[in-house]
Design a binder for this molecule. Structure first.
Ligand code: CMP
Length: 222
């Protein structure tokens, strides 16, 4: 169901995407946001279709996927609360470049093409936040493209978990990843679930990783 969002300006400003948007611009933008909820395993965006909305993720996680040449689903990224997606088809129409599916029940704020493009024109702070995130994603894609053929699954799993583990424990500096199944890690590092299970076991034996339910604690860099 879609309803007009009643998110306050302060809670929107806490998001990296909106942190540098001026007061009046943010107020206008907020009036265009529409709240939508999806259950787990819903397809929010389908690769190849036309797109009219971009989304800010408020609760839950989504995976960004593409079907590879071999017909396998490759997870390009897992995005958590505070991230945004669906901007590419609005900036570079018409087609959605990938699919986006919910890994949990999710709550999103949707912004129409017109609302997004107007807000970008009015607010350099918003434009900078979008460019910064697109650069981060391109950097990651470049790293993947240059490393995957040469790195072992263990190295690729380490790199992935290092990137995704952003919550830092102040006491010992170990970082906590979001919840991930071995199959999800396998779909991100382009290998089988069994190979990831072996790599995770080795990383635990190396003392580099501890498992906490479906989440991983990662040893800080020396
Ligand atoms: P869009 O192409 O409209 O729909 C699919 C969305 O997935 C896309 O916009 C981006 O928001 C997101 N997306 C595509 N590729 C990546 C990537 N490599 N990393 C993170 N998000 C991505």
């Amino acid at each position: 169901m879609a309803t007009r969002s009643d998110e306050g300006i302060d809670s929107l400003r806490a998001l990296p995407l909106f942190s540098e948007v001026g007061e009046e611009d943010l107020r206008q933008l907020a009036s265009h946001l529409i709240e939508r909820r999806f259950p787990r395993d819903a397809t929010l965006i389908q690769e190849g279709q036309a797109g009219d909305y971009m989304y800010v993720l408020r609760e839950g996680r989504v995976k960004v996927t593409k079907i590879s040449g071999a017909g396998r689903e490759k997870i390009l990224e897992i995005l958590g609360a505070g991230s945004f997606f669906g901007e590419m088809a609005l900036l570079d129409p018409p087609e959605r470049s990938a699919s986006v599916k919910s890994l949990d029940p999710v709550r999103v704020l949707a912004l129409s093409r017109l609302g997004f493009l107007h807000a970008l024109e009015r607010s350099p702070g918003l434009a900078m936040a979008v460019i910064r995130e697109l650069s981060r994603r391109l950097r990651h894609t470049n790293t993947d493209a240059s490393h995957i053929p040469y790195q072992s699954v263990k190295e690729r799993t380490k790199e992935l978990l290092r990137r995704l583990a952003t919550e830092v424990n102040d006491a010992d500096g170990w970082c906590l990843s979001p919840a991930l199944t071995h199959q999800e890690v396998a779909d991100m590092v382009a290998t089988s679930r069994e190979t990831v299970t072996r790599a995770v076991k080795q990383l635990k034996q190396d003392g580099w990783l501890r498992q906490e339910g479906k989440r991983y604690r990662i040893r800080p860099e020396e």
